[in-house]
Design a protein around this ligand. Structure first.
Ligand SMILES: Nc1nc2c(ncn2[C@@H]2O[C@H](COP(=O)(O)OP(=O)(O)OP(=O)(O)O)[C@@H](O)[C@H]2O)c(=O)[nH]1
Ligand SMILES: [Mg+2]
Length: 454
């Protein structure tokens, strides 16, 4: 694992890759004006380019403001999302990044977190002073950058005790964001420590293995009661109520050995939490988040959207009048797509490995591709109208098929043979009858593609 500085963990190769992708996307945007298309279609294409640009090029760490009492489980939530120890848990350790935006870095990326620890204490005069200081520094930080989502954490076992001070702090923070940035971020409220609700011994994370299912039901009822209570409290606060997206009990408990390996994993509903946070993130934070949290469904969703966007663009490029189309080889878009899906699955952005993957699928890249592009050009030349349609349909089906294969291989861990099957199947399903001739597959290349580092 290379050392990760705050901003500098992209390699030279990755930078080159990103630059190449950026140039392609820019060229496509310039080409849009040549497309013989009308208003809505062009708008749709622009939106698709926007998605690709954001996911491929403008990824940044998602930003969360965590509001909750000392010990509510803010650091544990960060670790639970990563599935690894990236934040210090407990009361004893130094308070890293207190009152400051702090990037928590794991192997697959970073989360930017504003930990608002300490703002609600107030039972003794010195705590009250601390709380004032803490709030002042939080407000300064909020001016620098707004969070994408505000997460409010309350211990399920403490939801009945006076949480009004916590809610005051939450309201103040939310209002400050609006004052500075003119929007109110979505609010997600979680009840942590649900495992400690009665009956205590029931394991929420291993419910099905419990012999007494009545006890399980009783515990779940207590979770629901706590959720209702917190929801009611939040809804009493008018400015917060409109932005409240989710109130749910969870367990984020993970225990690590000194060497960082997991000793106990009692996480419950963390996938649901992850899905909810993903849903409320802007596209720029989604790729990194899906990559970090390793929730397959989210990676698939994003990869599928990117595949559709790329396929539509490829079809558009294929339909461009010559010689404009030659300026944007369809293959380079497809390679960028594969590299991005690989990245979502945790690999490095690597165009070379992506090209090798395409070759291993049996997709012509390189010299053979040039010939095939030549054939496409010839078809257009000889039969302008029909040729254009056929090229577009083939480019569309081929790109969908490449995306399907890349998802199988990089996200689901399929073998290269299985990926090849996915490619063939998807291509056959999406190719209109009579359009196959141009795109006869070459003999499959036998080699495994290299995986890229990381
Ligand atoms: N049983 C149980 N313990 C939890 C859970 N979440 C966190 N903990 C424990 O609660 C303690 C406090 O958790 P932290 O994640 O450090 O809480 P925090 O909000 O970051 O606390 P401060 O940084 O001090 O404000 C730790 O000992 C955690 O292991 C949970 O869902 N269940
Ligand atoms: Mg903490």
């Amino acid at each position: 694992m290379p050392a990760q500085g705050p901003d500098d963990d992209t390699t030279e190769d990755e930078r080159r890759t990103l630059k190449a992708i950026a140039e392609n996307i820019k060229r496509i945007e310039e080409m849009l004006q040549f497309l013989p298309l009308h208003g809505d279609t062009v708008k749709d294409l622009r939106a698709k380019i926007g998605l690709l640009r954001t996911v491929m090029l403008e990824q940044r760490p998602p930003a969360f403001a965590l509001v909750g009492r000392r010990g509510a489980g803010k650091s544990s939530m960060v670790n639970a999302l990563f599935g690894a120890k990236v934040a210090e848990v407990g009361h004893v350790k130094a308070q890293t990044g207190r009152g400051k935006w702090f990037d928590h870095a794991g192997e697959r990326g970073k989360l930017s977190v504003l930990d608002t620890r300490g703002i609600q204490e107030g039972s003794t005069p010195s705590e009250a002073d601390d709380a004032k200081d803490a709030m002042a520094s939080i407000l300064v930080e909020l001016r620098k950058k707004p969070p994408d989502v505000v997460v409010f954490l309350v211990k399920a076992t403490e939801v009945d005790s006076a949480i009004d001070a916590d809610l005051d702090a939450l309201e103040r923070i939310h209002a400050e964001i609006e004052r500075e940035h003119h929007f109110r971020p979505p609010l997600v409220a979680i009840l942590t420590h649900c495992d400690l609700l009665e009956p205590k011994a029931v394991r929420l994370h291993a419910q099905r293995e419990e012999t007494n299912q009545e006890d399980v039901a009783e515990k779940l009822l207590h979770v629901v009661e706590a959720e209702r209570h917190l929801e009611t409290k939040l809804k009493e606060r008018k400015p917060l109520a409109d932005h409240l997206k989710w109130v749910r009990g969870v367990c984020t408990y993970l225990s690590f050995r000194d060497d960082g390996t997991v000793r106990a994993d009692e996480r419950w509903r963390v996938d649901e939490l992850t899905t909810t946070l993903f849903k409320h993130l802007p596209d720029a934070g989604r790729g990194t988040f899906a990559r970090i949290a390793r929730v397959r469904g989210l990676q698939e969703e994003l990869a599928t959207n990117m595949t559709r966007a790329t396929a539509t663009l490829c079809a558009g490029v294929a339909a461009l009048p010559l010689p404009v189309a030659d300026l944007i080889p369809i293959t380079s878009l497809q390679i960028a797509l594969v590299a991005s899906i690989g990245w979502l699955g945790g690999r490095r952005m690597d165009l070379k490995a992506a090209g090798e993957f395409l070759a291993a699928l049996g997709v012509n890249v390189g010299a053979a591709f040039v010939l095939r592009e030549g054939a496409r050009a010839l078809i257009k030349f000889v039969f302008p109208a029909g040729g254009v349609m056929i090229s577009g349909a083939i480019a569309f089906a081929g790109t969908l098929a490449i995306g399907a294969a890349a998802r199988a291989y990089f996200l689901r861990g399929a073998t290269i043979e299985e990926a090849r099957e996915a490619y063939k199947k998807t291509r056959a399903e999406n190719t209109p009858a009579g359009a196959e001739a141009e795109d006869a597959p070459p003999p499959p290349a036998p080699s495994e593609p290299s995986n890229g580092a990381g």
